[in-house]
Design a protein around this ligand. Structure first.
Ligand code: OSB
Ligand code: MG
Length: 374
Protein backbone atom coordinates (compact mmCIF):
# COMPACT_ATOMS: atom_id res chain seq x y z
CA UNK A 1 0.00 0.00 0.00
CA UNK A 2 0.94 3.56 -0.42
CA UNK A 3 1.46 4.21 3.28
CA UNK A 4 0.87 7.92 2.83
CA UNK A 5 -2.88 7.52 2.31
CA UNK A 6 -4.66 9.29 5.13
CA UNK A 7 -7.77 9.28 7.24
CA UNK A 8 -9.17 12.81 7.59
CA UNK A 9 -10.84 12.49 10.97
CA UNK A 10 -12.50 9.99 13.28
CA UNK A 11 -16.25 10.52 13.66
CA UNK A 12 -17.24 7.82 16.07
CA UNK A 13 -15.90 4.76 17.90
CA UNK A 14 -18.05 1.89 19.16
CA UNK A 15 -16.91 -0.99 21.30
CA UNK A 16 -18.77 -4.29 21.62
CA UNK A 17 -17.91 -7.07 24.02
CA UNK A 18 -19.36 -10.21 22.46
CA UNK A 19 -19.71 -13.69 23.88
CA UNK A 20 -20.21 -16.64 21.54
CA UNK A 21 -20.65 -20.24 22.66
CA UNK A 22 -17.95 -22.57 21.31
CA UNK A 23 -19.23 -25.77 19.65
CA UNK A 24 -16.95 -27.73 21.97
CA UNK A 25 -14.85 -26.82 25.00
CA UNK A 26 -11.24 -25.88 24.17
CA UNK A 27 -8.63 -27.04 26.71
CA UNK A 28 -5.00 -25.96 26.88
CA UNK A 29 -2.33 -26.26 29.57
CA UNK A 30 -3.69 -22.99 31.01
CA UNK A 31 -7.38 -23.87 31.17
CA UNK A 32 -10.67 -24.68 29.46
CA UNK A 33 -12.83 -22.23 27.52
CA UNK A 34 -16.47 -22.86 26.64
CA UNK A 35 -17.17 -19.37 25.28
CA UNK A 36 -15.26 -16.99 23.11
CA UNK A 37 -15.38 -13.50 24.56
CA UNK A 38 -14.05 -10.85 22.20
CA UNK A 39 -13.81 -7.08 22.20
CA UNK A 40 -14.79 -5.70 18.79
CA UNK A 41 -14.16 -2.13 17.74
CA UNK A 42 -15.90 -0.24 14.98
CA UNK A 43 -14.33 3.04 13.93
CA UNK A 44 -16.26 5.41 11.68
CA UNK A 45 -14.30 7.96 9.66
CA UNK A 46 -14.46 9.72 6.31
CA UNK A 47 -17.99 8.40 5.54
CA UNK A 48 -16.61 4.92 5.96
CA UNK A 49 -16.05 2.40 8.75
CA UNK A 50 -13.67 -0.35 9.78
CA UNK A 51 -13.75 -3.23 12.24
CA UNK A 52 -11.10 -4.66 14.52
CA UNK A 53 -11.07 -7.55 16.97
CA UNK A 54 -8.97 -7.70 20.10
CA UNK A 55 -7.59 -11.21 20.75
CA UNK A 56 -7.37 -10.84 24.54
CA UNK A 57 -9.37 -13.12 26.82
CA UNK A 58 -11.41 -12.44 29.96
CA UNK A 59 -8.52 -13.65 32.16
CA UNK A 60 -4.75 -13.00 31.98
CA UNK A 61 -3.71 -16.62 31.40
CA UNK A 62 -2.43 -16.69 27.84
CA UNK A 63 -1.20 -13.09 28.12
CA UNK A 64 -1.26 -10.27 30.68
CA UNK A 65 -3.77 -8.36 28.55
CA UNK A 66 -7.47 -9.00 29.14
CA UNK A 67 -10.56 -7.62 27.45
CA UNK A 68 -10.91 -5.12 30.30
CA UNK A 69 -7.29 -3.88 30.13
CA UNK A 70 -7.66 -3.55 26.37
CA UNK A 71 -10.85 -1.53 26.79
CA UNK A 72 -9.10 0.77 29.25
CA UNK A 73 -6.08 1.31 26.98
CA UNK A 74 -8.31 2.02 23.99
CA UNK A 75 -10.53 4.41 25.91
CA UNK A 76 -7.89 6.32 27.84
CA UNK A 77 -5.02 6.33 25.36
CA UNK A 78 -5.43 4.97 21.83
CA UNK A 79 -8.71 6.60 20.86
CA UNK A 80 -7.84 10.02 22.38
CA UNK A 81 -4.60 9.93 20.35
CA UNK A 82 -6.60 9.32 17.16
CA UNK A 83 -9.21 11.93 18.02
CA UNK A 84 -6.44 14.52 18.26
CA UNK A 85 -5.19 13.73 14.71
CA UNK A 86 -6.29 15.21 11.41
CA UNK A 87 -5.31 13.74 8.05
CA UNK A 88 -3.16 10.98 9.49
CA UNK A 89 -1.58 7.95 7.82
CA UNK A 90 -1.09 4.46 9.28
CA UNK A 91 2.54 5.43 9.84
CA UNK A 92 1.46 8.53 11.82
CA UNK A 93 -0.85 6.43 14.01
CA UNK A 94 1.86 3.82 14.57
CA UNK A 95 4.42 6.45 15.58
CA UNK A 96 1.97 7.91 18.11
CA UNK A 97 1.11 4.46 19.47
CA UNK A 98 4.77 3.53 20.13
CA UNK A 99 4.61 5.80 23.20
CA UNK A 100 2.32 3.23 24.78
CA UNK A 101 4.39 0.31 25.96
CA UNK A 102 3.08 -3.22 25.50
CA UNK A 103 -0.68 -3.71 25.15
CA UNK A 104 -0.19 -5.02 21.63
CA UNK A 105 -3.57 -6.71 21.58
CA UNK A 106 -5.37 -3.41 22.22
CA UNK A 107 -3.20 -1.65 19.63
CA UNK A 108 -3.78 -4.40 17.06
CA UNK A 109 -7.56 -4.06 17.26
CA UNK A 110 -7.42 -0.28 16.74
CA UNK A 111 -4.77 -0.34 14.00
CA UNK A 112 -6.56 -3.10 12.13
CA UNK A 113 -9.81 -1.12 12.19
CA UNK A 114 -7.93 1.84 10.65
CA UNK A 115 -6.50 -0.41 7.91
CA UNK A 116 -9.97 -1.78 7.22
CA UNK A 117 -11.22 1.81 6.83
CA UNK A 118 -8.44 2.68 4.38
CA UNK A 119 -9.06 -0.46 2.32
CA UNK A 120 -12.84 0.10 2.24
CA UNK A 121 -12.36 3.76 1.39
CA UNK A 122 -10.36 2.80 -1.69
CA UNK A 123 -12.68 -0.11 -2.45
CA UNK A 124 -9.88 -2.66 -2.24
CA UNK A 125 -9.58 -5.95 -0.38
CA UNK A 126 -7.24 -5.88 2.60
CA UNK A 127 -4.73 -8.31 1.08
CA UNK A 128 -4.23 -5.98 -1.86
CA UNK A 129 -3.35 -2.93 0.26
CA UNK A 130 -0.72 -4.93 2.18
CA UNK A 131 0.68 -6.31 -1.11
CA UNK A 132 -0.27 -9.94 -0.55
CA UNK A 133 -0.66 -12.41 -3.40
CA UNK A 134 -4.34 -13.11 -4.07
CA UNK A 135 -4.25 -16.85 -3.54
CA UNK A 136 -6.12 -19.46 -1.53
CA UNK A 137 -4.51 -20.17 1.81
CA UNK A 138 -3.86 -23.49 3.53
CA UNK A 139 -5.82 -24.62 6.56
CA UNK A 140 -4.72 -26.10 9.85
CA UNK A 141 -6.43 -27.18 13.02
CA UNK A 142 -5.61 -26.88 16.71
CA UNK A 143 -7.12 -29.64 18.84
CA UNK A 144 -7.43 -29.09 22.58
CA UNK A 145 -6.48 -31.51 25.34
CA UNK A 146 -9.08 -34.29 25.62
CA UNK A 147 -9.92 -36.41 28.63
CA UNK A 148 -10.17 -39.57 26.65
CA UNK A 149 -7.85 -40.77 23.87
CA UNK A 150 -10.73 -42.12 21.78
CA UNK A 151 -12.23 -38.63 21.54
CA UNK A 152 -8.84 -37.21 20.52
CA UNK A 153 -8.30 -39.83 17.80
CA UNK A 154 -11.80 -39.18 16.46
CA UNK A 155 -11.12 -35.45 16.24
CA UNK A 156 -7.88 -36.09 14.38
CA UNK A 157 -9.63 -38.55 12.04
CA UNK A 158 -12.22 -35.89 11.20
CA UNK A 159 -9.51 -33.30 10.55
CA UNK A 160 -7.68 -35.69 8.22
CA UNK A 161 -10.93 -36.38 6.34
CA UNK A 162 -11.61 -32.66 5.97
CA UNK A 163 -8.12 -32.36 4.39
CA UNK A 164 -6.64 -29.98 6.96
CA UNK A 165 -3.03 -29.44 5.94
CA UNK A 166 -1.69 -30.09 9.39
CA UNK A 167 -2.93 -31.07 12.83
CA UNK A 168 -1.78 -29.44 16.06
CA UNK A 169 -2.51 -31.02 19.41
CA UNK A 170 -2.20 -29.38 22.77
CA UNK A 171 0.06 -31.07 25.30
CA UNK A 172 0.95 -30.41 28.92
CA UNK A 173 3.11 -32.02 31.59
CA UNK A 174 1.99 -35.59 32.13
CA UNK A 175 -0.14 -35.48 28.96
CA UNK A 176 2.63 -35.63 26.40
CA UNK A 177 4.64 -38.77 25.57
CA UNK A 178 1.71 -41.19 25.95
CA UNK A 179 -0.69 -38.97 24.01
CA UNK A 180 1.74 -38.59 21.10
CA UNK A 181 2.50 -42.32 21.13
CA UNK A 182 -1.20 -43.09 20.83
CA UNK A 183 -1.62 -40.59 17.99
CA UNK A 184 1.39 -41.85 16.04
CA UNK A 185 0.19 -45.47 16.33
CA UNK A 186 -2.98 -44.56 14.41
CA UNK A 187 -1.58 -41.72 12.27
CA UNK A 188 2.08 -42.52 11.61
CA UNK A 189 2.67 -39.98 8.82
CA UNK A 190 0.28 -37.01 9.14
CA UNK A 191 1.69 -33.50 9.50
CA UNK A 192 1.57 -33.29 13.28
CA UNK A 193 2.79 -30.76 15.81
CA UNK A 194 2.34 -30.14 19.53
CA UNK A 195 1.68 -26.92 21.46
CA UNK A 196 2.68 -26.85 25.15
CA UNK A 197 1.52 -23.29 25.91
CA UNK A 198 4.55 -22.75 28.13
CA UNK A 199 3.98 -25.68 30.48
CA UNK A 200 7.63 -26.85 30.73
CA UNK A 201 10.89 -25.38 31.96
CA UNK A 202 14.57 -25.98 31.29
CA UNK A 203 14.58 -28.68 33.97
CA UNK A 204 12.36 -30.77 31.66
CA UNK A 205 15.04 -30.94 28.94
CA UNK A 206 15.35 -34.75 29.13
CA UNK A 207 11.62 -35.17 28.61
CA UNK A 208 11.50 -32.61 25.79
CA UNK A 209 14.31 -34.51 24.01
CA UNK A 210 12.11 -37.60 23.98
CA UNK A 211 9.58 -35.71 21.80
CA UNK A 212 12.08 -36.08 18.91
CA UNK A 213 10.94 -39.67 18.38
CA UNK A 214 7.48 -38.54 17.14
CA UNK A 215 8.66 -36.79 14.01
CA UNK A 216 6.73 -33.61 14.80
CA UNK A 217 6.79 -30.63 12.43
CA UNK A 218 7.55 -28.53 15.52
CA UNK A 219 6.99 -28.09 19.24
CA UNK A 220 5.26 -24.81 20.01
CA UNK A 221 6.20 -22.72 23.06
CA UNK A 222 7.56 -25.44 25.35
CA UNK A 223 9.02 -23.05 27.99
CA UNK A 224 7.87 -19.98 29.94
CA UNK A 225 5.69 -17.39 28.18
CA UNK A 226 8.36 -14.68 28.50
CA UNK A 227 11.46 -16.77 27.86
CA UNK A 228 13.72 -16.54 24.84
CA UNK A 229 17.16 -17.56 26.16
CA UNK A 230 16.35 -20.99 27.65
CA UNK A 231 14.54 -21.94 24.45
CA UNK A 232 17.91 -21.55 22.68
CA UNK A 233 19.44 -24.15 25.02
CA UNK A 234 16.58 -26.56 24.36
CA UNK A 235 16.66 -25.97 20.57
CA UNK A 236 20.37 -26.88 20.54
CA UNK A 237 19.51 -30.30 22.00
CA UNK A 238 16.46 -31.05 19.85
CA UNK A 239 16.14 -32.28 16.28
CA UNK A 240 12.51 -31.09 16.25
CA UNK A 241 12.16 -27.39 15.45
CA UNK A 242 10.92 -25.14 18.24
CA UNK A 243 8.20 -22.64 17.31
CA UNK A 244 7.65 -19.61 19.54
CA UNK A 245 4.19 -18.17 20.20
CA UNK A 246 3.73 -16.40 23.59
CA UNK A 247 7.38 -15.24 23.74
CA UNK A 248 7.13 -13.13 20.57
CA UNK A 249 5.24 -9.93 21.29
CA UNK A 250 6.89 -7.69 18.69
CA UNK A 251 9.53 -7.49 15.96
CA UNK A 252 12.36 -7.03 18.44
CA UNK A 253 11.46 -10.27 20.22
CA UNK A 254 11.52 -12.04 16.85
CA UNK A 255 14.96 -10.62 16.06
CA UNK A 256 16.36 -11.65 19.44
CA UNK A 257 14.89 -15.16 19.15
CA UNK A 258 16.37 -15.60 15.68
CA UNK A 259 19.81 -14.22 16.67
CA UNK A 260 19.89 -16.59 19.65
CA UNK A 261 18.63 -19.58 17.60
CA UNK A 262 15.83 -19.99 20.13
CA UNK A 263 13.45 -21.26 17.44
CA UNK A 264 13.36 -22.22 13.78
CA UNK A 265 9.72 -21.26 13.31
CA UNK A 266 7.53 -18.39 14.52
CA UNK A 267 3.79 -18.44 15.12
CA UNK A 268 2.74 -14.92 14.13
CA UNK A 269 -0.59 -13.97 15.63
CA UNK A 270 -1.24 -10.54 14.23
CA UNK A 271 -3.51 -9.80 17.18
CA UNK A 272 -0.69 -10.58 19.63
CA UNK A 273 2.09 -8.56 17.94
CA UNK A 274 0.24 -5.28 17.32
CA UNK A 275 -1.78 -5.92 14.19
CA UNK A 276 -1.45 -6.61 10.49
CA UNK A 277 1.39 -4.17 9.80
CA UNK A 278 3.50 -5.40 12.72
CA UNK A 279 2.85 -8.97 11.60
CA UNK A 280 3.90 -8.04 8.07
CA UNK A 281 7.19 -6.63 9.37
CA UNK A 282 7.91 -9.83 11.32
CA UNK A 283 7.16 -12.17 8.41
CA UNK A 284 9.38 -10.02 6.19
CA UNK A 285 12.26 -10.26 8.68
CA UNK A 286 11.75 -14.02 8.97
CA UNK A 287 11.67 -14.45 5.19
CA UNK A 288 14.98 -12.60 4.85
CA UNK A 289 16.50 -14.73 7.59
CA UNK A 290 15.26 -18.14 6.43
CA UNK A 291 12.87 -18.65 9.34
CA UNK A 292 9.50 -20.25 8.63
CA UNK A 293 6.31 -18.56 9.82
CA UNK A 294 2.65 -19.38 10.11
CA UNK A 295 -0.41 -17.53 11.30
CA UNK A 296 -1.78 -18.59 14.65
CA UNK A 297 -5.31 -18.06 15.86
CA UNK A 298 -7.06 -17.11 19.09
CA UNK A 299 -10.46 -18.70 18.37
CA UNK A 300 -11.40 -15.38 16.74
CA UNK A 301 -14.87 -14.51 15.50
CA UNK A 302 -15.32 -13.96 11.77
CA UNK A 303 -13.86 -10.45 12.08
CA UNK A 304 -10.49 -11.46 13.51
CA UNK A 305 -10.36 -14.58 11.36
CA UNK A 306 -10.79 -12.49 8.19
CA UNK A 307 -7.69 -10.44 9.16
CA UNK A 308 -5.73 -13.67 9.70
CA UNK A 309 -6.77 -14.94 6.28
CA UNK A 310 -5.75 -11.77 4.39
CA UNK A 311 -2.45 -11.73 6.27
CA UNK A 312 -1.56 -15.23 5.07
CA UNK A 313 -1.36 -14.06 1.45
CA UNK A 314 2.08 -12.63 2.32
CA UNK A 315 5.07 -14.72 1.17
CA UNK A 316 6.61 -15.21 4.64
CA UNK A 317 3.76 -17.49 5.71
CA UNK A 318 5.51 -20.61 4.50
CA UNK A 319 3.60 -23.09 6.68
CA UNK A 320 -0.11 -23.80 7.19
CA UNK A 321 -1.50 -21.99 10.26
CA UNK A 322 -4.28 -22.34 12.79
CA UNK A 323 -7.04 -21.18 10.47
CA UNK A 324 -9.96 -23.59 10.61
CA UNK A 325 -13.52 -23.62 9.35
CA UNK A 326 -16.06 -21.46 11.17
CA UNK A 327 -18.14 -24.55 12.02
CA UNK A 328 -15.22 -25.92 14.04
CA UNK A 329 -15.59 -23.00 16.47
CA UNK A 330 -19.15 -21.64 16.32
CA UNK A 331 -22.62 -22.82 15.38
CA UNK A 332 -23.38 -19.16 14.63
CA UNK A 333 -20.84 -16.41 13.93
CA UNK A 334 -21.39 -12.64 13.79
CA UNK A 335 -20.37 -12.12 10.15
CA UNK A 336 -22.19 -12.76 6.88
CA UNK A 337 -19.74 -15.33 5.48
CA UNK A 338 -18.39 -18.52 6.97
CA UNK A 339 -14.89 -19.82 6.50
CA UNK A 340 -15.09 -23.14 4.67
CA UNK A 341 -12.51 -25.56 3.32
CA UNK A 342 -12.56 -26.66 -0.30
CA UNK A 343 -12.05 -30.33 -1.18
CA UNK A 344 -8.28 -29.93 -0.91
CA UNK A 345 -8.40 -28.15 2.44
CA UNK A 346 -7.80 -24.64 1.08
CA UNK A 347 -9.56 -21.44 2.17
CA UNK A 348 -10.63 -18.64 -0.17
CA UNK A 349 -9.78 -15.03 0.68
CA UNK A 350 -12.89 -12.85 1.04
CA UNK A 351 -13.00 -10.65 -2.05
CA UNK A 352 -15.06 -7.63 -0.95
CA UNK A 353 -13.58 -4.29 0.16
CA UNK A 354 -11.60 -4.21 3.42
CA UNK A 355 -11.68 -7.48 5.34
CA UNK A 356 -14.39 -8.59 2.92
CA UNK A 357 -16.88 -9.76 5.53
CA UNK A 358 -19.71 -7.75 7.07
CA UNK A 359 -20.89 -7.86 10.67
CA UNK A 360 -24.57 -8.85 10.73
CA UNK A 361 -26.42 -6.37 13.00
CA UNK A 362 -28.86 -8.97 14.41
CA UNK A 363 -26.04 -11.36 15.27
CA UNK A 364 -24.03 -8.57 16.83
CA UNK A 365 -27.02 -7.63 18.96
CA UNK A 366 -27.63 -11.24 19.93
CA UNK A 367 -24.08 -11.87 21.15
CA UNK A 368 -23.20 -8.47 22.67
CA UNK A 369 -22.94 -8.51 26.47
CA UNK A 370 -21.62 -4.96 26.82
CA UNK A 371 -21.26 -2.01 24.49
CA UNK A 372 -20.05 1.53 24.73
CA UNK A 373 -19.51 4.51 22.50
CA UNK A 374 -16.13 6.07 23.18
O1 OSB B 1 -1.61 -21.23 21.85
O2 OSB B 1 -2.11 -21.11 19.81
C1 OSB B 1 -2.46 -21.05 20.98
C2 OSB B 1 -6.26 -20.62 21.21
C3 OSB B 1 -6.35 -19.75 22.27
C4 OSB B 1 -5.20 -19.36 22.92
C5 OSB B 1 -3.96 -19.82 22.51
C6 OSB B 1 -3.86 -20.69 21.42
C7 OSB B 1 -5.03 -21.12 20.79
C8 OSB B 1 -5.06 -22.09 19.70
C9 OSB B 1 -6.27 -22.12 18.79
O3 OSB B 1 -4.21 -22.93 19.54
C10 OSB B 1 -6.02 -21.53 17.45
C11 OSB B 1 -7.30 -21.32 16.64
O4 OSB B 1 -7.82 -22.30 16.12
O5 OSB B 1 -7.78 -20.17 16.55
MG1 MG C 1 0.26 -21.53 20.88
Amino acid sequence: MNMTQTIKSINRVDIFLVRLPLVQPFTTSFGTEIHKEALLIKISADECYGWGECVASPAPYYSYETNQTALLIMKNFLIPILNAQQDFSMKDAQVQFTRIRGHHMAKAAVENALLDILARKHNRPLHSIINGNPQKIRSGISIGIKDNPKELLESIQQAVQRKYHRVKVKIKKGRDIDVLKTIRKTFPVINLMADANADYSIGDLALLKRLDEFNLMMIEQPLEYDDIYFHSLVQKELRTPICLDESIKNLNDAKVAIKLNSCRIINIKQGRVGGILAARAIQDYCLKNGVDCWSGGMLETGVGRAFNIHLQTLPGFTLPGDTSETSRYFAEDIVDQSVVLDEDGFIDIPSGPGIGVEVVPEKLKKFTIYSEQI
